[in-house]
Design a protein around this ligand. Structure first.
Ligand SMILES: *[C@@H]1O[C@H](CO)[C@@H](O)[C@H](O)[C@H]1NC(C)=O
Ligand SMILES: *[C@@H]1O[C@H](CO)[C@@H](O)[C@H](O)[C@H]1NC(C)=O
Ligand SMILES: *[C@@H]1O[C@H](CO)[C@@H](O)[C@H](O)[C@H]1NC(C)=O
Ligand SMILES: *[C@@H]1O[C@H](CO)[C@@H](O)[C@H](O)[C@H]1NC(C)=O
Ligand SMILES: *[C@@H]1O[C@H](CO)[C@@H](O)[C@H](O)[C@H]1NC(C)=O
Ligand SMILES: *[C@@H]1O[C@H](CO)[C@@H](O)[C@H](O)[C@H]1NC(C)=O
Ligand SMILES: *[C@@H]1O[C@H](CO)[C@@H](O)[C@H](O)[C@H]1NC(C)=O
Length: 324
């Protein structure tokens, strides 16, 4: 081996060891989704130690709902036929003891990872980062922030004090990892690679101590739409904010069916700028083009002082009393 080659190899090894993270990977579309397995592979390819603990079945739209299993796996079994009926409420892949299913909501899956799986089966290693997703479909703005199980798992981790990133991909097709074409243009592989790239950026310079993100803070990341053979394969990352063109449901009665339906509504409440960097574009706008959005969120839901103050002034007369 030439000296130059040795130096290059050593530098590569140093970079790898300095930035290798202990990652807990979860999602809401189930442990067997194409996106989560592609991300598992991409993170491992980058040298990280990854433990996957994902819901046994599709748990989309559960937000931070906390539901624990009280029975073993019931009919029809794990997502895409991955777990037989009657199997224990949690278990791992036969050929990979780092990949677990847990029959619960995303929020409880991340806690089962942190409180049970990591202490019991991984020597209680310190988790540097929770990665959630990539979700099958975008999660844009404050309304989906509370609704999404993918973001729910991320904010649950942040609330516990563990840095977390929620990833959501524009392609919403719900599919098993067994349908992955193995080609670089498979939407799951693009999302997996881009997720690992952002983790690498966060990890660069990480020395194994300290924190990857401040306490109480996480990231909400959205990718644009990926289509096999499409030309959007390397969207540039862009800073964004949750508010800005964000939508919430608006209901109407369908005159044919007589039942309520929703349409997207750009409402004023969820687009009011109370926090964050006001000039950044809304994540909803960013992913309309071939770009990925990075929003920094905080789990401190208190309104900032200037916003809270007039409300407190208005109510000051009742403070210390039960009625006026
Ligand atoms: C759940 O599965 C475990 C492991 O197979 C078994 O020991 C236990 O009896 C089962 N519990 C129920 C309530 O079925
Ligand atoms: C485990 O098996 C699955 C499906 O049979 C396969 O896709 C995967 O590559 C295997 N993993 C390992 C680590 O051998
Ligand atoms: C795991 O480590 C944490 C942090 O050091 C500690 O608080 C906890 O008690 C440990 N849990 C177990 C089961 O050893
Ligand atoms: C590692 O990084 C943290 C935070 O970035 C810093 O506080 C600490 O001093 C560093 N430790 C070493 C051994 O370099
Ligand atoms: C999403 O990905 C799937 C799987 O590759 C693909 O069949 C589908 O066409 C994609 N959807 C869109 C809208 O491009
Ligand atoms: C992708 O192709 C469409 C239609 O041909 C074009 O409008 C768009 O600019 C292209 N996007 C990129 C990122 O090249
Ligand atoms: C009302 O429901 C019918 C039947 O499901 C559907 O075809 C139609 O598109 C709906 N109308 C609207 C405005 O969404």
């Amino acid at each position: 081996m030439s000296l130059a080659k040795f130096v290059a190899l050593t530098a590569a090894l140093l970079v790898t060891s300095a930035s290798a993270l202990n990652i807990l990977l979860t999602n809401d579309d189930s442990w067997a989704s194409a996106n989560i397995r592609a991300t598992y592979s991409a993170l491992k390819d980058d040298g990280h130690d990854v433990v996957l603990v994902g819901p046994a079945v599709q748990q989309s739209g559960k937000g931070g709902t906390a539901v624990l299993p009280t029975v073993n796996i019931t009919a029809p079994g794990g997502e895409f036929g991955t777990v037989p009926v009657g199997a224990p409420y949690f278990g791992h892949e036969l050929n990979d003891t780092n990949i677990y299913y847990f029959n619960a909501t995303p929020s409880e899956s991340v806690l089962f990872g942190l409180d049970i799986v990591i202490p019991q089966f991984f020597d209680n290693r310190t988790i540097d980062l929770v990665v959630s997703g990539p979700n099958e479909g975008n999660n844009l703005g404050p309304f989906t922030y509370t609704l999404s199980g993918t973001i729910g798992a991320a904010y649950t981790a942040v609330e516990r004090g563990v840095p977390a990133i929620a990833f959501s991909a524009g392609n919403g097709t719900h599919r098993s990892y067994t349908t992955n074409t193995g080609l670089p243009d498979d939407p799951a592989n693009i999302a997996g690679r881009l997720s690992a790239n952002l983790v690498a950026a966060l990890a660069s310079g990480f020395n194994g101590t300290g924190r990857l993100l401040p306490l109480g803070v996480g990231l909400n990341v959205n990718f644009p739409l990926f289509t096999p053979g499409g030309n959007c394969t390397a969207p540039p990352y862009t800073f964004s904010r949750l508010t800005g063109s964000a939508t919430i449901d608006k209901l109407f009665i369908n005159s044919t069916t007589g039942f309520p339906q929703f349409e997207d509504f750009v409402a004023p409440g969820l687009n009011t700028v109370n926090n964050g960097v006001a000039f950044l574009p809304g994540e909803t706008d960013v992913v309309q083009g071939c770009a990925s959005s990075i929003s920094v969120f905080s789990v401190d839901y208190d309104a900032p002082s200037p916003v809270a103050e007039p409300v407190q002034v208005q109510l000051s007369a009742i403070i210390g009393k039960a009625k006026l």
